[in-house]
Design a protein. Structure first.
Length: 209
C-alpha cells in the first residue's frame, strides 16, 4: 500500500483575542495515514477538529506541531513547513478541497464556477467549460441553470450544485478505483457506510493527549 497522505502528531490551537488571549486547542496530536485508493472518514462531535484537520491538509491552517505529508511528484511533501508557493503548486497538481458550503463568487455563471479549477491547472477555457458541462449534466443540474450564478438558485437547486447524493457516491467510487486518496467528513450514516474504508475518531487523540 502506498501512503498518499500522512498526518503525524499534528496539533493546532486558536488564540481567542477577544477573550484575553486564551489559547483553545482544537487538534491534538492527531496521527493517521491514507493510502492510494482509500477513503478515510473523520468522525467526532461538532468542534472536535474535523474541519480543521482538512484545512491543515489543504494548507489553509498551519500546524502548531507535527507534520502533514502529501505525496506530490512522487515524494512526500510536508505541508506544515512548505512555503506558500509550494503549497499552491501542490494544490494545482495534486490536492483539492470541497467545502460543505456553497461559496460561489457573486454574478459568476455556475459553469464558470465549476470550470475555474480546471483553468487554474492550465486547461483552456473552452475545454474547461465543456468538461464542466459534462459534470453538471452528471449531477443532474439542468442546462438552463448553467449560465446563472449559483446565488440565484432556489435552496433546493443550490443543494444540487453542492451535492447530488447518489451521483457523488459513484464518483467517489470511481476516484478510489483510480487510486485517489480521500479524507472526508460525512454526516449521512448511509453514505459513510458506503464510501468509508476506515473511520478515524478524532476524539481518541484528544483523550490520549
Amino acid at each position: 500500500m502506498t501512503p498518499m497522505i500522512e498526518i503525524v502528531d499534528a496539533q493546532k490551537s486558536f488564540v481567542m483575542h477577544l477573550q484575553g488571549g486564551v489559547r483553545l486547542p482544537v487538534v491534538r496530536r492527531v496521527s493517521f495515514q491514507v493510502n492510494a485508493g482509500e477513503c478515510v472518514v473523520l468522525s467526532g462531535p461538532s468542534g472536535a477538529g474535523k474541519s480543521s484537520i482538512l484545512k491543515m491538509i489543504f494548507g489553509n491552517y498551519r500546524c502548531d506541531g507535527g507534520g502533514i505529508f502529501v505525496r506530490h511528484d512522487g515524494a512526500l511533501q510536508n505541508i506544515a513547513t512548505s512555503e506558500p508557493r509550494q503549497i499552491l503548486s501542490i494544490r494545482r497538481g495534486t490536492i483539492g478541497y470541497v467545502s460543505q458550503f456553497l461559496r460561489a463568487v457573486p454574478r459568476v455563471p455556475t459553469i464558470d464556477v465549476v470550470a475555474e479549477p480546471l483553468v487554474a491547472v492550465g486547461l483552456g477555457r473552452d475545454a474547461a467549460r465543456e468538461r464542466s458541462g459534462r459534470l453538471l449534466s452528471c449531477l443532474n443540474i439542468p442546462e438552463r441553470l448553467w449560465g446563472l450564478p449559483p446565488s440565484t438558485f432556489s435552496g433546493g437547486e443550490q443543494q444540487r450544485v453542492n451535492i447530488a447524493r447518489d451521483v457523488v457516491i459513484r464518483l467517489i467510487d470511481e476516484k478510489k478505483r483510480a487510486g485517489v486518496a480521500m479524507v472526508a467528513i460525512v454526516h449521512d450514516d448511509e453514505v459513510r457506510r458506503v464510501i468509508a474504508d476506515r473511520v478515524v475518531d478524532v476524539t481518541t487523540f484528544a483523550a490520549a493527549a
